[in-house]
Design a protein around this ligand. Structure first.
Ligand code: HEM
Length: 135
């Protein structure tokens, strides 16, 4: 179960890296933002599902509290990505654009939290399987 958790958390890290890639390719595309950022928006939703799943699996696998906490923190930071976009959209002019810069910084925080979580989780030994009774 712990190996499954580490694998799933690895997938989360991969999705974060892909988000950076898709943000850059969306920014440099000639199509309108609505279209060019569609893959980034879609993976953002997918990443939220993965992050929630990682948190649930961390709890089921009885990972240490620190790892469960980091998985929940990462999921919360993904939710924050949506909130930053909404709040920035509600602020007029340059202030709104500057506020949206937090979206990129928060993306870094999500990646760092996920990386730390994986490092800690890999140090946790699998629980020993009960030895078979000799007959
Ligand atoms: C883990 C990292 C990231 C996640 C989970 C994420 C998630 C999202 C989501 C869900 C949206 C759509 C929000 C909405 O329409 O309500 C969005 C929009 C956007 N993201 Fe990210 N993002 C991440 C990283 C980044 C980075 C690193 C950049 C750029 C440096 C970036 C640039 C943008 C831009 C420009 C939009 C607005 C696109 C538009 O609708 O015009 N994102 N992001």
């Amino acid at each position: 179960m712990r190996k499954f958790f580490v694998g799933l958390a690895g997938l989360q890290l991969l999705a974060v890296v892909a988000q950076f890639f898709l943000a850059a390719s969306g920014a440099f595309a000639t199509a309108p933002n609505e279209e060019s950022f569609q893959p980034h928006r879609a993976l953002g939703g997918g990443l939220l599902l993965i992050a929630v799943l990682v948190t649930v699996v961390a709890a089921i696998a009885r990972m240490p509290g620190r790892v469960i906490g980091m998985s929940g923190l990462a999921a919360g930071l993904v939710v924050l990505q949506f909130l930053i976009k909404t709040i920035a959209g509600a602020i007029d002019g340059t202030a709104g654009d500057l506020f949206f810069g937090l979206h990129a910084l928060n993306g870094l925080a999500i990646g760092a939290t996920t990386g730390h979580m994986i490092r800690h989780a890999r140090q946790v030994p699998e629980p020993a399987t009960p030895a078979r009774q000799a007959s």
